[in-house]
Design a protein around this ligand. Structure first.
Ligand code: NFE
Length: 490
């Protein structure tokens, strides 16, 4: 049989625009993926937007990278600015940052399991938007299926509550305005504390009684997915949720696991970004992000993605809840589709329980902000975690302006293209070996992709309409004119 190339473009039920191309062939009598390419199809451009602006703009602007994980961008950015000014924030700021970020983690994990991943395994109701859909390899009996669909609906309500919980301190979700360099701009009023306490109890109950049992149900029905989607097995975590203002003690700690063995310390200096297969100038090749550059070049021979390829000591690393939980010693070191789902569900519970502890640590009588003065020059680094994995912001300040800014998102790590050595990114590698039962409905490929919870909005962001494209504005009508000033007949 000749090999077949399948293209899924766009992959749905994720954030942003991802194209996946897999080559399927027969190996030892099993039809399976033998090669894969992941393409981020839009250019993000925030690095260019931030140049020469006030550093104080960075937390607000970088939150607009994504509406799903804005809290993490706000935090990474304020951390980068504070490290450039060598400033530690007050205890109340540490706690309220944890509360808003943790609310976002819980919301995002529930979103991923029920609304993005589950429909690869479960039949939705017989109506749009659930139908038409692929029917391959759906294993749940009708009554189990119905329970999971009920939980899909319940999960919408729980996500709303998680958003409302975070907004109590964040001021708004998504894009909370409360993350500012120097601390936190909300006051820890007792009514907010008691409101938060109620919400978190309800969310813990949902995670314990619904989410975790559903994740176990899925694992029991699809145990073969503990053997699918492994990839390199390299895991990396920057760590997150400070337990004190020094930033040294975290709920989920920093480190790397190199295909097995003991957790190693992580050195930020070992991170570079490679662009051989990315639509960026070769002058950007293998730069450390502290002195990184993001110079688009399209088209470019052999390049196939707007994502760069971040590497640690030259190797590809997977990031995300599984990486965090394994590095922290909370999850046995196994890497697969089902382990990603299990670790994510268990992390949701760990974070929700920690929220309960932190909200009790707030001192309502104390402040949460200290004056932040923009340094005349300097460099800063903010390493934290977003729900989807390790997130880093690097800033250079000169003449009190941003001279350079670089962001490496979790999806850049996971869905990166090949590096300069020609080695696949983590998701590409994880797809290799995936069995494909039905070439018309390669649902197994989707399950591997979704287990990483990719977000291409974080990775890429700005697009230029095609030549001749027509622009329609909702609400009022202008003469139909394309971008190039040509009028078109009705
Ligand atoms: Ni757009 Fe994000 C998370 C970040 S993923 S969701 O989590 O940063 O690249």
């Amino acid at each position: 049989m000749p090999s077949t190339t399948l293209t899924i473009d766009p992959v749905t039920r994720l954030e942003g625009h991802l194209k996946i191309q897999v080559t399927v062939d027969l190996v030892n009598g099993v039809q399976q993926v033998v090669d894969a390419k992941a393409t981020g199809t839009l250019f993000r451009g925030f690095e260019a937007i931030l140049k020469n602006r006030s550093p104080l703009d960075a937390p607000d602007l970088t939150q607009r990278i994504c509406g799903v994980c804005p809290v993490s961008h706000g935090l990474a950015s304020t951390m980068a600015l504070e490290s450039a000014a060598r400033l530690l924030v007050p205890e109340n700021a540490r706690i309220m940052r944890n509360l808003v970020l943790g609310s976002n983690f819980v919301q995002s994990h529930i979103l991923h399991f029920y609304h993005l991943a589950l429909l690869d395994f479960v039949d939705g109701p017989n109506m749009p938007p659930w139908q038409p859909s692929w029917s391959a390899d759906k294993r749940f009996a009708p009554e189990q299926n119905a329970i999971l669909v009920d939980h899909y609906v319940k999960a919408l309500e729980m996500r709303r509550k998680a958003h409302e919980m975070g907004a109590l301190f964040g001021g708004r979700l998504p894009h909370p305005p409360a993350f500012v360099p120097g601390g936190f701009s909300a006051t820890p009023r007792p009514a907010r504390i008691s409101g938060f306490t109620k919400y978190v109890a309800e969310l813990i109950s949902f995670i314990e009684n619904v989410y975790l049992p559903d994740a176990d149900r899925l694992a029991a029905r699809y145990p073969d997915y503990y053997g699918i989607g492994k990839g390199y097995g390299n895991l990396l975590a920057y760590g997150v949720f400070d337990e004190d203002v020094s930033g040294q003690n975290k709920l989920l700690r920093r480190g790397i696991l190199n295909g097995g063995g003991a957790v190693q310390p992580l050195s930020a200096g070992s991170i570079t970004e490679q662009v051989t297969y990315s639509w960026y100038s070769n002058s950007n090749e293998n730069l450390a992000p502290a002195s990184g550059a993001t110079t688009p070049q399209y088209p470019k021979p052999a390049a196939y993605s707007w994502l760069k390829a971040p590497r640690y000591s030259g190797a590809a690393y997977e990031v995300g809840p599984l990486a965090r939980m394994c590095v922290n010693g909370d999850y046995a070191l196994r890497v697969s589709v089902m382990d990603r789902h299990q670790a994510r569900a268990q992390e949701a519970l760990k974070v929700a329980r920690a929220l309960q502890t932190w909200v009790g640590q707030i001192n309502p009588g104390a402040g949460a902000y200290q004056t932040y003065i923009i340094p005349a020059s300097g460099s800063g680094l903010g390493l934290t975690e977003a729900p989807r994995g390790a997130l880093g912001h690097w800033v250079q300040i000169a003449d009190r302006e941003i001279a350079n800014y670089q962001v490496i998102t979790p999806t850049c790590w996971n869905a990166s293209p090949r590096d300069s050595a020609g080695k696949r990114g983590p998701l590409e590698e994880a797809l290799v070996g995936t069995p494909v039962g039905n070439l018309q409905e390669p649902v197994e490929v989707l399950r591997v992709i979704h287990s990483f919870d990719p977000c291409l909005s974080c990775a890429v962001h700005v697009m230029r309409p095609a030549e001749g494209a027509r622009i329609f504005a909702l609400g009022h009508y202008h003469a139909e004119e394309d971008l190039h000033g040509h009028n078109h007949p009705h």
